[in-house]
Design a protein around this ligand. Structure first.
Ligand code: SF4
Ligand code: SF4
Length: 273
């Protein structure tokens, strides 16, 4: 009974602290409002206190790096290998894990063989259904789909314009690096480079092939003396000379033995006669 109402009082204290801090913070930022990027970041940081009002759309608070709105697809920049290459392989994992099932993917087929290739022919996300959970980005094995920071997507058309195709979804890799530098760096370190896994794999394969080619062209010059020495050593070694086993004999020995046996037989027959 003695603790009755303590929880309510604690709650009221939190509310009152926020209320007072709001005015203290307003005095601290008086006249500067939130137009300065540094102040934006401070005001939205963990240390920010008090409630505050932003005069949107004239004022806009910078969003934190991990902020997530509808997804976009990563495409190689013009200054990268394979510019314009879409990182998405149309594996379909994102569409499977998407809780409200708002992703549609059509896999591309090879024009000659008709077999599926790791590229999407079409990729759609219904942004009205998307709940910005970020599962698609978390599960993508190719780092191809990312959560965007662009939240100003409202329009008067609630039908087609809110179904984003590749024309709206595809964004350059440099954009991802600009909105999420920490995350992009972590992912690149895990991948082993800034580019898509396939590009990095192809590069390392090409480097290995080049190294093999160089080794093959330089091999004779390096190995010639060793080869001659080896041949000489093989010729000189007693092991190179065939050694007859105890039971074996040469053709000449076998011929002589046979002739001796025949002569002995003849001599025996003559003595009997
Ligand atoms: S975005 Fe990623 S998970 Fe989705 S289909 Fe493309 S590669 Fe697969
Ligand atoms: S953010 Fe969530 S709801 Fe939106 S497309 Fe990705 S998985 Fe689906």
């Amino acid at each position: 009974m003695a603790n009755m109402g303590v929880g309510i009082l604690k709650g009221l204290r939190v509310t009152l602290t926020h209320f007072i801090n709001t005015y203290i913070e307003d005095l601290r930022y008086a006249g500067r409002r939130y137009f300065n990027q540094d102040i934006f970041e401070e005001r939205q940081g963990l240390k920010a206190t008090g409630a505050y009002t932003v005069q949107y759309p004239e004022e806009k608070i910078a969003v934190p790096e991990r902020f997530r709105f509808v997804p976009f697809l990563v495409v190689n920049d013009q200054d990268m290998d394979n510019p314009g290459m879409e990182w998405c392989t149309a594996c379909g994992i994102c569409s499977k894990v998407c809780p409200p099932q708002c992703i549609w993917i059509v896999q591309e087929n090879d024009a000659k063989t008709g077999r599926p290739i790791p590229r999407s022919e079409a990729f759609y996300i219904d942004i009205d259904i998307c709940m910005n959970c970020g599962y698609c980005a978390e599960f993508c094995p190719f780092d191809s789909i990312k959560m965007d920071h662009d939240y100003e997507l409202a329009s008067y058309d609630r039908t087609r314009s809110h179904i984003h195709g590749k024309d709206k979804l595809n964004k350059p890799f440099s954009y991802w690096r600009s909105i999420a530098p920490t995350r992009a760096t972590e992912e690149a370190e895990a991948r082993g480079g800034w580019e898509h896994k396939d590009v990095l794999k192809a590069k390392s394969k090409a480097a290995a092939a080049e190294a093999k080619k160089v080794a093959a062209t330089t091999a004779p010059a390096v190995s010639t003396p060793a080869t001659s020495a080896t041949v000489e050593a093989v010729e000189a070694t007693p092991a190179a000379t065939p050694v007859a086993s105890p039971g074996a004999s040469t053709p000449e020995e076998r011929k002589a033995k046979r002739e001796a046996a025949l002569a002995k037989k003849r001599a025996s027959q003559e003595s009997q006669n």
